[in-house]
Write a protein that binds this ligand. Structure first.
Ligand code: FAD
Ligand code: NDP
Length: 426
């Protein structure tokens, strides 16, 4: 027994929500589209989980942040999907896929077939066990990927007011959760293996600005080391964190943000993989022409850099999803995806944006003792990346524009002297 649809999306995250909106804008008929998601709620803006959702006062709660509010589009509530005749199969994991037969088998035993499939399975948080450690299932150890994790994190946080949290990992989750914990009046120690936070994007100079800001808020940093074990009590709670450098930190809770892995397992051996994800062309089409992949799970050609990338950010999930639907529904009118990578974060009163590629020579500019500063990255004589903290809408737009143009830079000292002015003049 099973059902058949023209279009099926596996995954009910950011990309699925933006794909659904695009399908309706391009005129999908009632009953043609089905979304299958392991989560029990309709697609929502995942970035809210480490920001508004964790606020102690007036926290963001569903349905306020369903997609596609994050891009100032319509908010797609369960009623919206119903009105548009989109079939939702929620709280249901797809257990296996057969791309030759064009069928999916769900954990409830249903077979769902498709003409066109969009894989939007995103990624899962890496667990400590994958690094040879244990303790992920302790009552006060938290991860953060979905709304169920966020709800649990809020419960644990509320039971720890005034207590101590250890945050493992100095990436996006670590930085955003540490800020939220401080706002919830919890004492935070961050532990990560690198020499500074956000090591894959920030320069040491940029990182030191944020670390100083966090330190002034009471956050302690222990760098260049990793967790070795937890001390646990008889209730299955972590009471202390032991580090490889010999540090012993008493803890009322632990937040772990040590990276993700794309959810590719259903398609291994069936689709070509790349960069840990599913390889697609400029139409977001995989090695099987009936299957498309979008969002965190897709490795797509970034024309601007002349190479393929797998990006783990919301803007790319939204735009790649939209592009895949355009390529499916109006192939002759749809060009190759031409995407400028864009990342951002907001913590405390701070807010930064990054465009392009963080490779090559770094040119810092602005006032690092004030509130607005940034950096350009210059590679092979061209500006390829740009970062700005504390900018205005116009300044961010200028950075985006200049980075897409990849202007030739003959004099790096002059670029440094002009700073933000360089972007504003282009
Ligand atoms: P997801 O949104 O992860 O959705 C994947 C969906 O697939 C999920 O619903 C999952 O349950 C489902 N799924 C997976 N496997 C199966 C299966 N076998 N069967 C059925 N369903 C399945 N990016 C930014 O640019 N800025 C930010 O500020 C930002 N903040 C973030 C905060 C948090 C807490 C997190 C976790 C991420 C954040 N990101 C941010 C990253 C951004 O949210 C992701 O890049 C984006 O969600 C990717 O969208 P996606 O649709 O590819 O995957
Ligand atoms: P990140 O990849 O950003 O960071 C992981 C961090 O954990 C790195 O600093 C990594 O170091 C470190 N790490 C790895 N192993 C260990 C270990 N054993 N002990 C301590 N630290 C370790 O992943 P996150 O988990 O922070 O984020 C998960 C996903 O969510 C990402 O896709 C991210 O893009 C997304 N996200 C994005 C946000 C945004 O764009 N604003 C906000 C929140 C989440 P190393 O580099 O050496 O591996």
């Amino acid at each position: 027994m099973g059902r058949a649809f023209v279009y099926v999306i596996i995954g009910g995250g950011v990309a699925a929500g933006y794909a659904a909106l695009e399908f309706t804008k391009r005129g999908v008929s009632q009953g043609e589209l089905c979304i299958i998601s392991e989560e029990s709620v309709v697609p929502y803006e995942r970035p809210a989980l480490s920001k508004g959702f964790l606020l102690p006062e007036a926290p963001a709660r569903l349905p306020s942040f369903h997609t596609c509010v994050g891009a100032n589009e319509e908010r797609l509530t369960p009623k919206w999907y119903k009105e548009h005749g989109i079939e939702l199969v929620l709280g249901t994991r797809v257990k296996s896929a057969d791309v030759k037969r064009k069928t999916l088998l769900t954990a409830t035993g249903e077979t769902i077939s498709y003409k066109i499939l969009i894989v939007a399975t995103g990624a899962r948080a890496l667990k400590l066990e994958e690094f040879g450690l244990s303790g992920s299932d302790a009552a006060n150890v938290c991860y953060l990927r979905d709304v169920a994790d966020a709800t649990r994190l809020v419960d644990v946080m509320q039971s720890c007011t005034g207590g101590n949290a250890v945050v493992i990992g100095g990436g996006y989750i670590g930085m955003e959760c540490a800020a939220s914990l401080v706002i919830n009046k919890i004492n935070v120690t961050m532990v990560f293996p690198e020499a500074h936070c956000m090591a894959r994007l920030f320069t040491p100079k940029i990182a030191s600005y944020y670390e100083d800001f966090y330190t002034a808020k009471g956050v302690k940093f222990i760098k260049g080391t990793v967790l070795s074990s937890f001390d646990m009590n008889s209730n299955g709670k972590v009471t202390a964190v032991n580090l490889r450098d010999g540090n012993h930190l008493s803890a009322d809770m632990v937040v772990v943000g040590i990276g993700i892995r794309p959810n590719t397992a259903l398609f291994e051996g069936q689709l070509t993989l790349d960069k840990g994800g599913i390889k697609v062309n400029g139409r977001m089409q995989t090695s099987n022409s009936s299957v498309y992949a979008v969002g965190d799970v897709a490795a797509f050609p970034v024309k601007l850099f002349g190479e393929s990338r797998r990006l783990e950010h919301v803007d790319s999930a939204r735009k790649s999803a939209k592009h895949a639907v355009a390529a499916i529904m109006e192939p002759e009118k749809t060009d190759e995806f031409d995407y400028l990578p864009f990342f951002y974060s907001r913590v405390f009163t701070l807010s930064w944006q990054f465009y392009g590629d963080g490779v090559g020579e770094i040119v810092h500019f602005g006032d690092f003792s004030g509130t607005t500063f940034g950096a350009y990255w210059v590679s092979k004589g061209h500006l390829v990346g740009s970062f700005l903290e504390g900018g205005t809408k116009e300044q961010y737009e200028a950075l985006s524009k200049v980075t897409r143009l990849k202007p030739a830079i003959e004099d790096v000292a002059e670029l440094q002297r002009q700073g933000l002015g360089f972007a504003l003049l282009v």
